[in-house]
Design a protein around this ligand. Sequence first.
Ligand code: EPU
Length: 342
Amino acid sequence: MSPAAPAIRRDVDLRHLNTFHVGARASYFVTVTEASQLQWVLQWQQQQQIPFMLIGQGSNILFKADYPGLIIELHHRGIEVVAETADHVDVKVQAGEIWHDFVVYSLGQHWYGLENLSLIPGTVGAAPVQNIGAYGVEVKDSLLELEALELATGQLRRFTNADCQFSYRQSYFKQQGKDRFVICAVTFRLSRHPRLVLDYPALKSALTAVAPDQLTPQLVSDTVCKIRRSKLPDPGVIGNAGSFFWNPHVNQQQFERLKAQYPHIPGYADPDGIKVPAAWLIEQAGWKGYREGDVGVHKDHALVLVNYGKATGAELVALSQKIQASVLDKFAIQLWPEVRIV
Ligand code: EPU
């Protein structure tokens, strides 16, 4: 064993390592703090011929059963300016940094572009995988490049923004690159000058009373935090993983048919079609505030499934399937989980 080899623990309780706080156990668990350890750990896992998965803050995962392999918690830390001009800075951030802490740090340095993405749970390394997005901004808007370990070769590979093939909650790392790479560090290009994005309806209306010269990235960040706290339950208090489903896209014809039947249906045009809020569909199907034992649909946001205490992953999956069936039945729209079910 090399001196840098981290301790691999057996039969580990995952309850505090997933924001749904469901009880599940991993056969093996390891915390990795630097890239050299990661290579050693992956060699060990291949020798054992067991599956592995990466975990950051466990904020987008639902364990429906025990995990029969090795869970690797990435803890690489570090923030470094790698280039700068009068207009922007390029900041390289290690994968294990906590996303929101990095957003707060960047604002403190007067580096702008991430303010709308405040308070999103998770790590920096996980952010590009599903192209996290909120309040009109996505991580792809400021990601310059990233570094990922290719499992087949053990080589570090560089991906430009275009290589990552980002789209709504999607990237190369969830498609062709799935299970083939571990993202180790991400470089962001942040602006030294505020460039506020205020089009998202909830954000716009929260800031209407503010005079234009008072609008700052810090205020935008504070407002986003306030909106999120008012709508989304704190996973520290009630187990949840934010939005459970993707917002589905329909085509213009489908949307017009729906509109004829449900004149108030919201829809937002984007390059993939018309995005209909899944929360609206779920609320109209009568699920908002629903509770059955310790599983439920949050009372303030219909897209958030919650664990009130002792719910199991299997119970949450069962509820999500009932919701999918009822939305399909009422609107002929299939919802797909955004949360990764393991
Ligand atoms: N709505 C309802 N009922 C509800 C909640 C919302 O009908 O209970 C309708 C309203 O029409 C509202 C619309 O849904 O205008 C959109 O709601 P919201 O602004 O809360 O956004 P969302 O579409 O539900 C998405 C992301 C969130 C992100 C917000 C803000 C997805 C799957 N989710 O939610 O991301 O914070 O926009 O940009 O795209 C997450 O991924 O975990 C997450 C929280």
